[in-house]
Each structure stands twice: as C-alpha cells, then as structure tokens.
Design a protein around this ligand. Structure first.
Ligand code: DGL
Length: 260
C-alpha cells in the first residue's frame, strides 16, 4: 500500500484525457502530471529523440517519488516503453492505438487510424496492426499539425477543421466504420470529429481502458492507496499555463513550472 503519487507524462496536454479518467476511477490516488509542451510535438522527432525525452520525463517523475508511471502518450509508448520497463523498477502503463477492438467489431472491414508519424512508423504499432488487421483495410493517417494546434489552444479553429477534413476524407471514401484515435491529444477533438464523420463511424479512444489498467496494476503490485482522503493532483508544465488551465477548467488544480 502506498500514498505516493502516480506519475503521468505526455509531450503536452494530451495525456490530461487519461489523467481525468484516472482521477475519476481512483479518487484516493494522488497524481503528478508532467506536460513536456516545450518539446511537443514528439511525433516527427525520430525514435532516438523520443526515447531520450521519455527517459528524462521518467527520471523526473521517479525523482519526485512516483510509485507507478503512466506513459500517457502513444508516441512515447510505442517508441520507449520496452526500454523503460527494462531499465526502471517502477511499473509502467502505456497506451497504443486500440486496433484490436476496432478490428473485432468492424462490419465494413475497413478501419481508420489517426496517429502521429512516430507511432505509425514504430515497430510496436506494426506488430499490433499485423496481428489484428488480417483481411481488413486499415487506412492510416498521420495527423501532422494537430498536436501543435491543440498545444496553442486552437482546438476549435478553422485551421483545425480544415486539417481534419483533409485527413478524414480518404477514410470516409474508404467507408470505414471505426476510427481509432492513436494520440492522446486527439481525445479533445471528439466533438469536432463527430460532426465531420458520417453517423455510422464509431470513434475509439482508450483513455478509460488505461485508467482501468492502472487500477489493476496498482492492485497487483500492492501499491494502491489505502487512505480515506481524496488524492492531490499536481501539474508540471514547461508550456503555456493558460492552455493546460483551460482544459482543466472544471477542476481545482495546482499548476507548477517545469524546469527543463
Ligand atoms: N499525445 C501524444 C501521443 O499520444 C502526442 C505526440 C506528439 O507530441 O506528437 O502520441
């Protein structure tokens, strides 16, 4: 049993979608969220740079006493989680594009995956995709520019709608009935995506599944907090504080400056 915080990191504000689910499912747990917005986007950087950034984030959270780390970033998970699991003692939870549920449920046998270049070109993604997408058409699309707009607080901009229309067009033409969101930032696009996609297209986002997995790994490792008081949430960012504050506007939070 441990009252230490759960560490959560992302290249920016995307992982807040996972933080929200963890907060809801595990209210007694304290959390420490690291938003490395200064170095976003990770997607185009190449796997060596993504690994180095993931190591730096992990060590920061371990130094702050985190008992478990949630890599709340598909790009960091697909490029770094194997290394992290081998080299650090704390348990890690990652997130990858949820191809499996889409592949099992699709009726049209066509699914779309919207993710970063770093995720779509990773070995881990290829492995998962090959495993589940036999006999399926998988339309992969790199979401260039989307993370940047979200990090600038331009979620509902015309530029965002225009970019998404371009990216979704080949998927709509291919008649996908499942769209897998392969980047935690994209969670915040849900209302816009619903407007742009035909009604029969289901959108898969795995934030809730990651929270459930966090709960079971805490339990398995006897790391759950057995206290009775609500956990504390701390947020460290090296980006624009107003963007993170805006996405958390219904929460009472402590924002701190990240010094790298
Ligand atoms: N939230 C990150 C992910 O899930 C965004 C990656 C990026 O910064 O490009 O992949």
């Amino acid at each position: 049993m441990s009252s230490k915080p759960i560490g959560i990191f992302d290249s920016g504000v995307g992982g807040l979608s996972i933080w929200k689910e963890i907060r809801q499912l595990l209210p007694l747990e304290s959390t420490l969220y690291l938003s490395d917005s200064k170095h976003a986007p990770y997607g185009p950087k190449g796997s060596k740079a993504i690994l180095e950034l993931s190591i730096k984030n992990t060590e920061y959270l371990i130094d702050k006493g985190c008992k478990l780390i949630v890599v709340a970033c598909n790009t960091a998970t697909t490029n770094a989680i194997e290394f992290l699991r081998t080299n650090y003692k704390v348990p890690f939870i990652g997130i990858e594009p949820a191809i499996k549920p889409a592949a099992l449920q699709t009726q049209t046998k066509r699914i779309g995956v919207l993710a970063t270049k770093g995720t779509l070109s990773s070995h881990l993604f290829h492995k998962t995709s090959q495993l589940y997408s036999n006999e399926l058409v998988v339309v992969e699309q790199v979401g260039n520019g989307i993370v940047e707009l979200i990090e600038q607080g331009q979620l509902y901009s015309k530029e965002m709608r225009d970019l998404l229309s371009i990216y979704l067009s080949p998927m709509i033409k291919a008649e996908i009935d499942y769209l897998v969101l392969g980047c935690t930032h994209y969670h915040f696009l849900m209302p816009i995506l619903k407007k742009l996609l035909p009604n029969n297209v289901n959108i898969i986002d795995s934030a809730e599944a990651v929270a459930r997995q966090t709960k079971s790994v805490l339990k398995l490792n006897k790391l759950s907090n057995s206290g009775v008081e609500k956990g504390k949430s701390q947020f460290y960012t090296n980006g624009t504080q107003s963007v993170i504050a805006n996405l958390l506007k219904f929460e009472t939070v402590t924002l701190k400056k990240l010094d790298f």
